[in-house]
Design a protein around this ligand. Structure first.
Ligand code: NAP
Length: 264
């Protein structure tokens, strides 16, 4: 894949922003873009450029991949809650001296019109549902972390997921799944909440624009949101980080100039 003055850029994806970045980076001269997806989504959209799918096999596997594929630059545009891969790529690129930038969405901020109950994790979110005696919950935290909610037998859960969980058969029948992929519109979310007589939303504070419509809908309907705080990434200050896609593109341009100079 690599030829003279062509550099390989690994883009860790799984987010809408990573697709946008691939689109915007592909026209750049001197670059091969390889988007990496974990493989959680059954039929993912194909990004611009190359694609690879599946875990690397921990830090060692990641190092091997970076070496074997002569990766020159890495962009981490994974979801704010994907903390394991963020740590792995940081360690692997540091060891191999490969430049890395993290695109980090800004977390959502509550406005005065919002009624957020902010919690640290999913267990605490489940406890808040019991404490406030909520009865009809719109659960939008993905399909991996349903266990803390599984003891709430008298609660109706509308669970929105991209793909049905593998252990679907074991999940209590008060969990009703809705398979859908954003972005969603505010009015669409209002209709969904009203049709299902939802009295609370449980959400991760994922930030970004793509799933914000449910928060706007809750605001319009004066519904509370149990909001799981974005992971405190203590390591983040060690990353070169930007909160804008333009910031990533500027960084890439600078890195290409450096790589070209080094290769002359
Ligand atoms: P995670 O907990 O940080 O990572 C778990 C493992 O999945 C990693 O150790 C790695 O396996 C593999 N992995 C994760 N992202 C990968 C990628 N882009 N390419 C190749 N392997 C990857 O991640 P997660 O929370 O399960 O998220 C998985 C993917 O879904 C990420 O790409 C993320 O951007 C996307 N996503 C996550 C969320 C969320 O709420 N967590 C929401 C929307 C999208 P190995 O150790 O084998 O390398």
């Amino acid at each position: 894949m690599n030829s003279a003055k062509y550099f390989n850029l690994l883009l860790l994806g799984g987010t809408a922003e990573a697709y946008d970045l691939a689109d915007r980076l592909c026209p750049f001269d001197h670059l091969n873009i390889i988007t990496s997806l974990a493989g959680r989504t059954k039929h993912p959209k194909h990004p611009s450029g190359y694609i690879r799918i599946g875990g690397f096999g921990g830090i060692a596997g990641l190092e091997q991949y970076l070496n074997h594929n002569k990766v020159n630059l890495v962009i981490d545009a994974t979801h704010p809650f994907a903390t394991q891969i963020q740590l792995h790529i940081k360690i692997a690129t540091q060891k191999l001296h490969i430049p890395l930038i993290r695109y980090q969405r800004q977390a959502w901020q509550a406005s005065l019109a919002d009624q957020w109950i902010i919690v640290d994790d999913y267990q605490a979110a489940a406890e808040q549902l019991i404490l406030h005696k909520f009865k009809r919950v719109f659960l939008t935290i993905g399909s991996k972390n349903l266990k803390p909610f599984s003891n709430l037998k008298n609660v109706f859960f509308l669970v929105r997921v991209v793909n049905m969980p593998d252990n679907y058969a074991e999940i209590p029948n008060n969990f009703h799944f809705l398979c859908a992929k954003g972005p969603f519109q505010r009015q669409q979310e209002i209709d969904l909440l009203q049709t299902n007589k939802i009295d609370v939303i449980v959400s991760k504070n994922s930030g970004g624009i793509y799933t914000f419509a449910k928060i706007e809908a809750a605001r319009s309907l004066h519904l509370p949101v149990v909001m799981v705080r974005s992971p405190d990434n203590d390591q983040l200050h060690l990353f070169q980080t930007t909160t804008t896609l333009d910031g990533v593109l500027d960084w890439v341009k600078k890195q290409i100039t450096i790589l070209i100079k080094k290769s002359i």
